[in-house]
Design a protein around this ligand. Sequence first.
Ligand SMILES: [Fe+2]
Ligand SMILES: [Fe+2]
Length: 310
Amino acid sequence: MSFSIERYKEESKNLDTTGIDWQAVTASPLSKGDLFCLHYMMDIENHVPLYLSHLLVTRACMDPILTAFLACWNYEELWHGENLAKLLNLYGIEFDAQDRIANVRAHLGFQNSVSILSTMVGSWLLKDFSAVYLTIGAINELSTLTGYAALIRKSGHPVLKDLLNRIIKDERRHYAFYFNSAKEWLAGNEKAQRVDRWMLNRFWVPVGQGVKTQEQVDALALYLFDDEQGEEDLLTLDEKIGRLPGLEGIELMSKALYAARERRRQNPEWAWRLIDNEEWAVAPPKKSPVGELTTRRSHGEAELSVLEGT
Ligand SMILES: [Fe+2]
Ligand SMILES: [Fe+2]
């Protein structure tokens, strides 16, 4: 698996959607589980700028190759979220994509600032911290593309399949960058390998957790991977990450699936109730109106402010 940053910089662009048969979105049904996953995935794609804000307070910003990658990566991810929102809107689910993004972020509140500060401190105290976020990047990209492939299989929806296959091509490039960069950092560096393994075993969580609750993460995992093929996909994923120096035999995504199964065993309603109740809508934040967070105001309010000289 090779990756050239020069080629990536030249070729990076917004997702090519030429020829996608958007008119046919409503011609095939999407199940409640498909819709739950699509909302989850859209929210996490749209959350990338906040992940980026974490990375840019670390030593990562000292590496021009990494910052060049992040600039293109962030742009490409933007279009993944945009196109997933477009598909959902065309399917008949009404929401304003910008309001939804702002609402998801508003729910994070103080926890996001604490998380940024701890990432910053960790990075400046631990020289090999880079190995950890590069490895996490590789796991996240690989689990994202594995999740999209599973959703294609589960939904059987032709337009969704076409869109996700195009997104998967981007995710593969992202995975190649993170994997190769992590490998470079870890090769011959036993201390970094130990730090990486230790941190992953203790602090790693599946992509989206933190923005989404444990039960939401479990609902996605159980819908997409709780069958023979799904479990095999996750074991293969772990095996691929285990090819990084020092990570042989590591269990991450498969362990997350088994833990989700266990929580459902203890409470049979766990996770599925979210899918059944269509809990993908985002409730408006209690104390932070969207306008306050984004400085956006409705047209009328903006005009009034100008007239009042405020
Ligand atoms: Fe993406
Ligand atoms: Fe990606």
